[in-house]
Design a protein around this ligand. Structure first.
Ligand SMILES: *Cc1c(COP(=O)(O)O)cnc(C)c1O
Length: 369
């Protein structure tokens, strides 16, 4: 029998969240952001579930090329945006050959296009740095860079782009949006793309022509102060396992590596087949929420590589084989992330290749058989 741990991916929920994004930004093209293997859900699986996607955004050129190729062979004109752009002439040629849309965020990339003879002109997203200070032209140099791109035969279309640093924070988007508007105003007539999930959900004024939702597609709220359900989003991934051993311990006994948890009364401890090598966060402290047989309890002590411990006190019927949900439809991954001092993005992306994935068409909650 296989190890009982598995990730269950609800393809209906994924499609429903995507439909939600499209309804919220009805006039925009929606590029489904599926970098990092579809935020840990499986790139091809997500692509398949989003059959009606306008387009996609990824980081790796091999994946972009494969997505373009599959779109072409299905007879679809479906842009695929390469979020960090090309790193070499070879990549640039691949963008031209495969029809990949590239982010251009630095003058070195403009120079590369100028130096290279392209058979087929490329579509680019010219990116301006409006305050995040990650990728993008300095605002003062943006218009110049765009004019340079505009003059090139090798460039077929230009979309103006920026990325928000704090759309999910109380700070919001106002400052960066004002900076963007000020610097793209002289470049009239070009399409614009700004919004990630948080901006799409909370700031309609950022929708413009192209939106780039990521985390919301997977049923996760980007905001600390609002849950996914309140936006009509459904969790896509459940990480489910079983109790594989039970320990009855006396007051004073300790649990796990370094014995960081000490029982102050006799208790039953369940050992669950899921550890940090599966992607469960090692930093999750004692008290991180977990569902055993659909009931909320807590983790105990340190997470090991392959296992973790849970409190079965108050769950007298739980034993070997009892289903456990680490996160999922009935325990938002956001809550586990918060308890572990991280964000849901990191937990989803970290689910390890050794965890088998089962696809479900109905919300996956509770026991998994
Ligand atoms: C990852 C990413 C997105 C999607 O962000 P979410 O917060 O997951 O919606 C959009 N744009 C860029 C440039 C990104 O890197």
């Amino acid at each position: 029998m296989p190890r009982p741990l598995q990730a269950v991916v609800d393809l209906d929920a994924l499609a429903s969240n995507h439909a939600r994004a499209k309804r919220l930004a009805p006039r925009a093209q929606v590029l489904a952001t599926i970098k990092a293997d579809g935020y840990g859900h499986g790139l091809c699986r997500v692509e398949r579930a989003l059959a009606d996607a306008d387009g996609f955004a990824v980081c790796e050129i091999e994946q972009a090329a494969a997505l373009c190729m599959r779109a072409r062979s299905a007879g679809r004109d479906r842009p695929v945006l390469l979020l960090e752009g090309f790193f070499s002439v070879r990549d640039l040629l691949a963008c031209s050959l495969e029809g990949i849309t590239a982010v251009v965020h630095d003058v070195s990339q403009v120079e590369m296009i100028e130096r290279t003879r392209l058979e087929v002109p490329i579509d680019v997203f010219a990116k301006v740095n409006t305050g995040m200070n990650r990728l993008g032209f300095a605002p003062a140099h943006f218009a110049g860079a765009v004019e340079r791109l505009r003059s090139l035969q090798a460039v077929r279309s230009i979309t103006l782009m920026t990325h928000f640093a704090s759309a999910d924070e109380p700070e919001g988007v106002a400052g960066q949006l004002a900076c963007f508007d000020a610097h793209v105003a002289p470049l009239g007539g070009l399409r614009r793309s700004l919004a990630n999930s948080a901006a799409l959900l909370r700031y309609p004024e950022t929708h413009a022509d192209v939106v780039r939702p990521g985390i919301m597609l997977y049923g996760v709220s980007p905001f600390a102060d609002r849950d996914a359900a309140s936006f009509g989003l459904r969790p896509v991934m459940s990480l489910a396992s079983e109790v594989i051993a039970v320990q009855s311990i006396a007051a004073g006994e300790r649990v796990g590596y370094a014995g960081t948890f000490r029982a102050d009364a006799p208790m039953r401890v369940g050992i669950v087949a899921c550890g940090y090598a599966d992607g469960y966060p090692r930093h999750a402290p004692t008290g991180t929420p977990v569902l055993v047989d659909g009931r909320r309890t807590r983790t105990l002590g340190r997470v090991s590589m392959d296992m973790l411990a849970v409190d079965l006190t108050g769950l007298p019927d739980a034993g070997i084989g009892t289903p456990v949900v680490l996160w999922g439809a009935t325990l938002p991954v956001e809550e586990v992330a918060t308890a572990a001092g991280t964000i849901a993005y990191e937990l989803l992306c970290a689910v390890a290749p050794r965890v088998p994935v089962r696809e479900a068409r109905a919300p996956a909650s509770g026991p998994v058989s």
